[in-house]
Write a protein that binds this ligand. Sequence first.
Ligand SMILES: [Zn+2]
Length: 184
Amino acid sequence: MFLQYYFALGESDTAAVRRVRETVRYFLGCREVSTAESEHGFLIVPGHPVDHGALADLMAEAVRNVGRATEVPDRHLITPMLGFDFACAWDKATAPVCPRCRTPLDGWDEEDWMYGAEPFETCGSCEYTALAGDWDLTNASFAKTNCGVALLDWPNLWEYAREVHEHALGLIGRRARYLCGAVG
Ligand SMILES: [Zn+2]
């Protein structure tokens, strides 16, 4: 299974519901279209009609599960994340990587963030210092969010559908981040 998370680190709980709904709506309107015009053989095309019942069901479930971590979203191809939740690359997950010199964060303890505020971290190589969420989280073992959407077994949007990827980051909110990884 391949997981992708689009999430924000800077949204209030009240704004998160609207942000997550709009992002889920956007993904529900995406279709995979086979085409020889793409070097990958397909395109992800947004803007299709959205099943509003499906959108309402997904959001209602997310509201019911506020505060319960999504972990591996095993039932839906699109899972809204509200309240306490986290993104994790699972298999082969790494520590956050220094965005300046690419050194993985030494002594990374995800529990600091899991049970507290987002920590400041300092790179042992170049002394870059920033909130953990400002490090490269692409394959990170943990990131905490109250405003996100998890995609299960979608094509790698960062690789194959860059415009969809950028649009989703714009929708999900402030300090938008992307994290991906595999399970099993
Ligand atoms: Zn560094």
